[in-house]
Design a protein around this ligand. Structure first.
Ligand code: SF4
Ligand code: SF4
Length: 842
């Protein structure tokens, strides 16, 4: 006998065991029907594999396990499947559950079956599977599938195997009788379990009120090869509780929330051990069990080997129940059992006792009294809980607090309720609280599951959205890159802004220049106004226009990644600048000639002005010619015949003028002849050079002159002038519309205005270029077109003046003189106009 420890609390209720141990285990008559609940165990309900009307043999599988934690179900005897449906089952709720009903045929015909020849040679998994297929479930407690308990995996190492033979509940003697009569089967079962778990120590825990059983076991174990220790424990309720027995035998407490295997211990019920033996050695599934039928309402209390599914009524009949005395029918013991209202409730794998009690034996519970805080409940609780606290929490529906006070460690032994002087049905409160918490948790799990699904969906949608956005961005970036690649050779974003500003500034400067030029022309035409001031204004405007144009050209050049080898030069601007320089030279020459003829004025200053103007004109002309020849080099592949011809003509005109000036100076014996001669020599060289260039280019081009081209492609000066006028009108309107605008509207209007400035400048430039071309073409023929225009205008003005004088004069002689002058003036004006027209339309 080994050492026995103790556990906290416990009670000593009347045992009432002797009544049912006077008779050996009996065999009740076969019932007419058996009702087999599909859910007789912890875990998933078994699934029927038979159909209604199907005949089954004893031991035949009728429902297979579903999932890891489940148990198979077999026909306890031969018969026919009568129905599969709801039937009252042994449960505290009194509710019905699905059962397979078998009409017993009374033949008890077994299905072919056989035990395992030598289970020790089998793989443990195969042996466990055999036990699973035999539907073995714990027969002393909640019906946990035995195969699961035997297949602990690598996480647990079992040191101690405890066989629970304590059977501490009053009245119940099923295990006691099993030990007395079938100890060898128990030992056989222990051998199988030991083979699977390989514990270093095996203990059978048994209460000291079972002397007969202890004696029998000792006899059987006498020659046993296994290290099996019978540990007799004091009779005290609930020493048969798994955790309490472990504590009694080992002194160890299974921590809250843990299982015995976590501390290296496995506990098996003694009835289950015998069932394992029969399954392994004979191939018999679990189809029957020992049930104690006792109580003062039966004449012959006894243990019966009852088929699973046997209605209680059949067993009560077998024990000769006194129907008139039967007051209360209890399934299980008086401490943990439940009162049932129906005697057709069937025996299941965990049914160990049926108590048919009289009213004296189990009177109605006295009315519940207020808790007097006596603390008796706490003193008897084997789990060292605070039953009184749990009661208050359950009653006040403070389930969280009850849970926090380890409500679920309560084994519902009923010791507290038994000890309570206030007759408070404490266990009922605990069951209610547990049920509520389980329901809440189930709902919470459902809600969590729904929330997780919702969040997963939201995450998926968000992820898809982000992926879509990322794809869109990637496409946009690709498009931007492609666009950049296309636009990169033209300009970059920042310089584009500068370019626009410079373009606008250049256009404005050109507009101012045009206005100044126009004012100067008008003054010249009319002979009114301060010509010198207007010329200075034109000069200043020209400088400004040149500066802005140069800045624009530089910006355009720098903004162009792949510029031409030579810097871009605006030949039109240079052309204009050269024409302006020549005009100045002409004026200076005219002023000098006038001063020489009249003998008035500062001749030296005027000569210096002529020289300066000549130098400027030469420079401007040279710049234009160089730019022109450079611009034409690439496109034409050689010199432009028209330009070369013009350059040669201009050179000759200059030379002619210089010679005339020299001749005039020589004839009059004026100063500065050397300078004039040097100028003539330089111009002669230049004219020769220009002639040679033109002749060479003409020879290279096969003799096609640009003049011919000009003739074939006359310019519509009127249309060009009209275009300039239209653009000017639009410009004025756009400038007027700009007033009062703000923000983005103003920006857009300014951009439109800048665009109009640009177009106006271009139209004006086109007109000026055409005009200049006319001037140059005329110059090539030795005609100063501008001067011709001035002369024509002055001739027209003289005609107008004479006509006006004639209209005011009445004196005959004066009229005759005026008419003669008018006739001459008209002839002159007509000739000049005709000549001008010829050159303008050339
Ligand atoms: S035994 Fe009953 S009366 Fe006493 S403290 Fe516990 S619940 Fe209250
Ligand atoms: S029923 Fe629960 S609280 Fe009451 S004594 Fe048993 S284990 Fe303790």
């Amino acid at each position: 006998m080994g050492k026995v420890f103790a556990f906290h609390g416990g009670i000593h209720p009347p045992e009432n065991k002797k009544q049912s141990t006077r008779q050996p285990i009996g065999r009740p008559p076969l019932p007419k029907q058996l009702y087999l609940p599909l859910q007789q165990h912890i875990g998933m309900a078994a699934s029927p594999v038979v159909e209604v009307g199907q005949h089954v043999l004893k031991g035949q599988l009728i429902a297979e396990p579903v999932g890891r934690i489940s148990a198979a179900l077999h026909a306890p005897t031969s018969g026919t499947i009568r129905s599969i449906g709801p039937h009252p089952v042994p449960h505290a709720s009194g509710l019905e559950s699905d059962c397979i009903c078998i009409d017993v045929d009374g033949e008890e015909r077994w299905i072919e079956h056989q035990g395992l020849e030598d289970y020790t040679r089998l793989d443990p998994a195969q042996l466990i599977e055999h036990i699973r297929q035999c539907g073995i479930a714990g027969m002393g407690g909640a019906g946990f599938p035995t195969d699961v308990k035997l297949h602990l995996g690598d996480d647990h190492i079992v040191n101690t195997l405890i066989i629970n033979a304590a059977e501490c509940e009053p009245y119940i003697t099923a295990d006691d009788m099993l030990m007395r009569e079938r100890a060898d089967e128990i030992l056989g079962g222990i051998r199988v379990i030991s083979h699977l778990l390989k514990p270093s120590h095996i203990m059978i825990g048994i209460e000291d009120n079972k002397a007969h059983a202890i004696h029998t076991l000792e006899k059987v174990l006498k020659d046993c090869e296994l290290n099996i220790d019978i540990r007799v424990v004091p009779t005290k309720y609930p020493s048969g509780g798994e955790r309490q027995l472990i504590q009694l035998l080992t002194g160890l407490e299974v921590p809250s929330g843990k299982i015995p295997a976590d501390i290296g211990i496995v506990c098996q019920n003694i009835g289950t051990t015998a069932a394992i033996y029969r399954a392994v050695h004979f191939g018999e599934p679990l189809v029957s069990r020992i049930v104690t039928v006792t109580g003062d309402a039966v004449a012959q209390p006894q243990n019966f080997e009852a088929l699973i599914g046997t209605p209680f009524a059949d067993l009560l009949d077998a024990a000769h129940v006194y129907e008139n005395k039967l007051y209360r029918l209890v399934m299980g013991g008086p401490m943990m059992g439940v009162t049932v209202e129906h005697d057709q409730i069937p025996v299941i794998k965990t049914t160990n006792c049926i108590i048919a009690a009289t009213s004296d034996e189990m009177p109605p519970a006295p009315p519940e009294q207020p808790c007097i805080r006596c603390n008796m409940c706490e003193q008897v609780c084997p789990v060292t809980l605070l039953p009184q606290q749990l009661y208050w929490f359950a009653k006040g529906r403070e389930f969280d607090k009850a849970k926090h006070h380890n409500l679920f460690d309560c084994i519902e032994c009923g010791a507290c309720a038994y000890a309570c002087p206030s007759s408070i049905p404490l266990v009922q409160y605990y069951r209610f609280a547990k049920s509520e918490i389980r329901t809440e948790e189930a709902e919470q799990r459902k809600a969590d599951h729904a929330r997780q699904r919702f969040e997963a969906r939201q995450e998926r949608l968000e992820r898809e959205k982000q992926e879509k956005e990322a794809r869109r961005k990637a496409r946009a970036e690709e498009a931007a890159k492609a666009q950049k690649a296309r636009t990169a050779p033209e300009t970059t974003a920042e310089p584009a802004q500068d370019l626009n500003a410079l373009k606008t500034a250049a256009a404005v400067a050109r507009t101012k220049l045009k206005k100044a030029q126009k004012a100067l022309d008008a003054a010249r035409d009319s002979g009114e106004g301060d010509i010198s001031a207007l010329e200075a204004a034109v000069q200043a405007a020209q400088t400004s226009a040149d500066t802005t144009q140069q800045a624009l050209q530089q910006a355009e050049g720098s903004a162009t990644p792949a510029p031409a080898a030579a810097p871009q030069v605006d030949t039109k601007q240079l052309k204009t600048a050269a024409a302006v320089a020549r005009t100045k030279l002409k004026k200076a020459q005219k002023a000098l000639d006038a001063a020489r003829e009249s003998g008035e004025g500062n001749i030296s200053e005027l000569e210096a002005a002529v020289n300066s103007a000549q130098t400027a004109a030469d420079k401007a002309q040279l710049a234009f010619e160089q730019a022109e020849s450079g611009a034409n080099a690439d496109s034409a592949g050689g010199a432009d015949l028209k330009q070369l011809k013009t350059a040669a003509a201009v050179a000759r005109t200059k030379l002619k003028k210089a010679r005339d000036a020299l001749k005039n100076a020589e004839s009059k014996g004026l100063d500065g002849l050397d300078k004039l001669r040097a100028t003539v020599e330089a111009l002669e060289a230049k004219a020769d050079q220009a002639d040679k260039a033109y002749q060479g280019a003409e020879a290279a081009s096969g003799g096609t002159s640009s003049a011919d081209t000009a003739k074939a492609d006359p310019v519509d000066m009127k249309a060009l002038k009209q275009q300039v006028s239209i653009m000017r009108t639009k410009l004025k309107k756009a400038e007027a519309a700009l007033e009062g605008l703000e923000g983005e509207e103003r920006t857009l209007a300014e951009q439109a205005l800048a665009e109009l400035h640009q177009r106006h400048a271009e139209a004006d430039q086109a007109f000026k270029a055409a005009e200049q071309a006319q001037i140059e073409a005329a110059a090539a023929q030795g005609v100063d077109l501008k001067q011709l225009k001035i002369d024509a205008a002055m001739a027209r003005a003289a005609v107008t003046k004479l006509e006006r004088s004639l209209s005011k004069t009445e004196e005959e002689a004066t009229r005759a003189t005026l008419e003669a002058e008018l006739s001459t003036a008209r002839q002159k004006a007509d000739t000049l106009n005709q000549t001008l027209k010829q050159h303008e339309t050339a």
